[in-house]
Design a protein around this ligand. Structure first.
Ligand SMILES: *Cc1c(COP(=O)(O)O)cnc(C)c1O
Length: 403
């Protein structure tokens, strides 16, 4: 049997992000396959009864069952950990499973969680409907207001949670400052890094303790699979793994294989998404039917400098407000022919959605107004098509609006 591990290590020192994205975590079998192998197996065999006993007792390393470990999943975990500059990673069945596992591992009854107000809809439901059921207090604060983060902290605060940039109004949090507040109270800062991916932003290097991902979005990048991950130190990931092993929302080998392939092109794709989004944002700013454009790559964005410091590129998601309220926004959507009408994001295909009547329809009119989500607001997750074709499609919609 040939062992390739010495010639082709799975871990690297002193190589760049783009190299880790292509090489980290691959363990070659004795067949010497060039691409990553996929291991679609639920369980593993042992050479003897004694070996089985030793594996079950944890006295000997090795696989037992794929809810615990799987080589394809391990490759994905090691590669994503390398890209986030993290010690450890736990892959999950979805982005929500990642957030759920963090809550189960690091909160208990009587604890307090502080979250930014504008988080993903299901995250909000998880906090409101399920954490509260187990007597975990939740306080929501304005993502940008450090004083409100500080004022929300209590003796029993264990976790601070945020997304940056926020959805759909693209506010950019000062991650380092909020991490400092968390650590003054011995609490953990958890950042949902779904919009940026490690290609644009590495929250752990800014002081965050854990990062969650919906791999469903940019890590896959082509809208094929549902998955997620949590990354951080060994000490903080170990209890997360404990939850996943017992509760079961782990990643399938096939999905891990797709996501590993996604990571290989992540840096290239995130730059291309950002370039397209910036070109669209600049064009939208000049259109008379557009009242406001929210995109951190525009000099006019209130956190332009912070975003430039914190992120490698501004990202692929933007939003803009058109004249004519909901009717105007719907007219723009209905006039497009190329762009997909869907609330998904992080896909090669550009998507458009009307937050007030879809992703944020559960909020009251007051809550939406406070979050800056007007009836005329549209969110676009800019894809990888030609920017000229994307602009032409939006132009069709804007031309229909009376000004
Ligand atoms: C989609 C998304 C999630 C949830 O991910 P799933 O893979 O759909 O479970 C969490 N956070 C953000 C910011 C998202 O966009």
């Amino acid at each position: 049997m040939t062992d390739y591990s010495e010639r082709y290590p799975a871990e690297f020192a002193d190589v760049d992000f783009e190299t880790l994205a292509v090489r980290a975590g691959q363990q070659r079998t004795h067949e010497g396959e060039h691409a990553e192998a996929i291991f679609p197996t639920s369980s593993y065999v042992f050479r003897s009864a004694a070996e089985a006993a030793a594996r079950f007792a944890g006295d000997e390393p090795g696989n037992v069952y794929s809810r615990y470990t799987n080589p394809t999943v391990r490759t994905f975990e090691q590669r994503l950990a390398a890209l986030e500059q993290a010690e450890a990673c736990a892959a999950t069945a979805s982005g929500m499973a990642a957030i759920y596992a963090v809550c189960m591992a690091h909160l208990k009854s009587g604890d307090h969680l502080v979250s930014s107000r504008s988080v993903f809809g299901s995250t909000n439901v998880l906090f409101e409907k399920f954490l509260r059921k187990f007597d975990i207090e939740v306080t929501y604060v304005d993502l940008l207001d450090l004083d409100s983060w500080r004022a929300a902290l209590q003796d029993n605060t264990r976790v601070l949670f945020l997304e940056s940039p926020s959805n759909p109004v693209i506010e950019v949090a000062d991650i380092a400052a909020i991490a400092e507040l968390a650590h003054q109270r011995d609490a953990l800062l958890v950042v949902d890094n779904c919009f940026c991916t490690p290609a644009l932003q590495q929250p752990l290097t800014l002081g965050a303790d854990l990062v969650t991902h919906s791999a469903t979005k940019y890590i896959d990048g082509q809208g094929r699979c549902i998955g997620g991950a949590v990354v951080g130190s060994e000490a903080l990931i170990e209890p997360v793994v404990g939850v996943l092993r017992s509760a079961g929302p782990t990643m399938s080998p096939f999905n891990a294989w797709v996501f590993t392939k996604g990571l290989e092109t992540l840096a290239l794709r995130m730059k291309a998404h950002s370039d397209n989004a910036l070109a669209l944002a600049r064009w939208l700013q000049k259109q008379p039917a557009v009242v406001r454009v929210n995109y951190a790559g525009l000099e006019s964005h209130p956190q332009f400098d912070l975003a430039k410091q914190q992120q490698r590129h501004p990202g692929g998601v933007l939003s803009f407000e058109v004249v004519g309220g909901q009717q105007g926004a719907w007219q723009v959507i209905d006039a497009t022919r190329l762009i997909s009408i869907t609330a998904n994001l992080g896909d090669a295909k550009t998507t458009i959605t009307h937050p007030a009547t879809t992703t944020h329809s559960r909020l009251s009119e007051d809550e939406r107004a406070r979050a800056g989500i007007g009836d005329g607001l549209l969110r676009i997750a800019v894809g990888l098509e030609s920017i000229d074709d994307i602009i032409a499609d939006i132009q069709r919609g804007l031309a229909a609006l009376a000004i």
